[in-house]
Ligand binder design. Structure first.
Ligand code: NAD
Length: 286
């Protein structure tokens, strides 16, 4: 049984991440002393450090696991001993378990995290036709999660249309439930949103630095459901406008908390308490 946990998050500009405190609090609640460090490549100490160096150092120093975030989720795959089939299919790893002898195994809990958040917050929502905006790092996880949730028609828009096309093609190629994914141009977005049952924002629009909404919400009906992956702020302008129309909504906390819940179980072998994890996450303020 795990007697203590040494964990870390490798990424760029992650000093404000809420993930360390979620794992440390949860570990303590299970009587597993847990240290979770941010390994931020924007800090002067790590100037010019490579991902290979950081991963090797973590393995050598006895880390039990790592979370991996922007810009390394794809790059890390080639450095691991083993990759879970779902993460391999998506070509993105956000969780690395470091086992006996330093053996590394990669997983993707962004996908399972979005799915769990969706099931908890939008249970029973209509899934025949959904518009997803944004096909970047978070968007890839969201797209594959939506396909696994059984979305019939998944329509993907991104300012970089090739990204949307690439994600749609990858989903069609690998979807076991036959999701019909396709990319559209931004000029088709409002029309597609008007006839969709659900809208998912996986762009940074709605964050303080990116104000506004990624789609014209006047095309939504009150039956449209709206999900956002942005979690700072929790209520984006998109969700505020959707709320005013009486739409069902899911904010970005579901994905953020559930990816940590699933990673905690992989790291510790213990089930995290969802309510406690969520309270820790929300204790940072919205
Ligand atoms: P990213 O830069 O990898 O991808 C963003 C994508 O959105 C890009 O492909 C970009 O071209 C596209 N885009 C930007 N503005 C657009 C617009 N107006 N219309 C259409 N497409 C547009 O970023 P990311 O890592 O995917 O992060 C996106 C957001 O998701 C951020 O706000 C991030 O904080 C959030 N996020 C949340 C979670 C969570 O757990 N809730 C996890 C990861 C990321």
């Amino acid at each position: 049984m795990t007697s203590s946990l040494l964990l870390g998050l490798i990424g760029d500009g992650i000093s404000a991440s809420r993930t360390p405190r979620m794992h440390e609090n949860e570990g303590a609640a299970h009587s597993i002393p847990t240290i979770y460090r941010t390994i931020d490549i924007s800090s002067p100490r790590l100037a010019e450090a490579t991902l290979t160096e950081l991963l090797t150092a973590a393995v050598r120093l006895g880390f039990d696991g790592l979370n991996i975030t922007h810009p390394f989720k794809q790059q890390v795959i080639g450095l691991l001993d083993e990759v879970d089939p779902v993460a391999a299919r998506i070509n993105s790893v956000n969780t690395v378990v470091i086992g006996d002898g330093g053996r590394t195994t990669g997983y993707n809990t962004d996908v399972t995290g979005f799915s769990a958040g969706f099931r908890a917050g939008l249970d029973g929502a209509a899934t025949e036709a959904v518009v997803q905006i944004g096909a970047g790092g978070a968007g890839r996880a969201v797209g594959f999660a939506l396909a696994e949730l059984g979305i019939g028609d998944l329509i993907i828009a991104d300012t970089d249309v090739r990204r949307a096309e690439g994600l749609a093609a990858d989903i069609v190629e690998t979807s076991s439930v036959g999701t019909r994914a396709r990319a559209i141009g931004l000029d088709e977005l409002d029309g597609a949103a008007a006839s969709a049952q659900g809208i998912v924002n996986a762009t940074p629009m709605g964050m303080k630095a990116y104000p506004g909404t990624p789609v014209d919400t006047s095309v939504f009906g009150s039956e449209t459901w709206v999900a956002d992956v942005v979690y700072f702020p929790l209520e984006t302008q998109l969700l505020a406008e959707a709320r005013a129309k009486g739409c069902r909504m899911l904010d970005g906390s579901g994905m953020a908390v559930n990816q940590a819940i699933d990673a905690f179980e992989l790291f510790s072998g213990r089930k995290a308490n969802p309510q406690r994890m969520r309270e820790t996450f929300l204790s940072f303020g919205a």
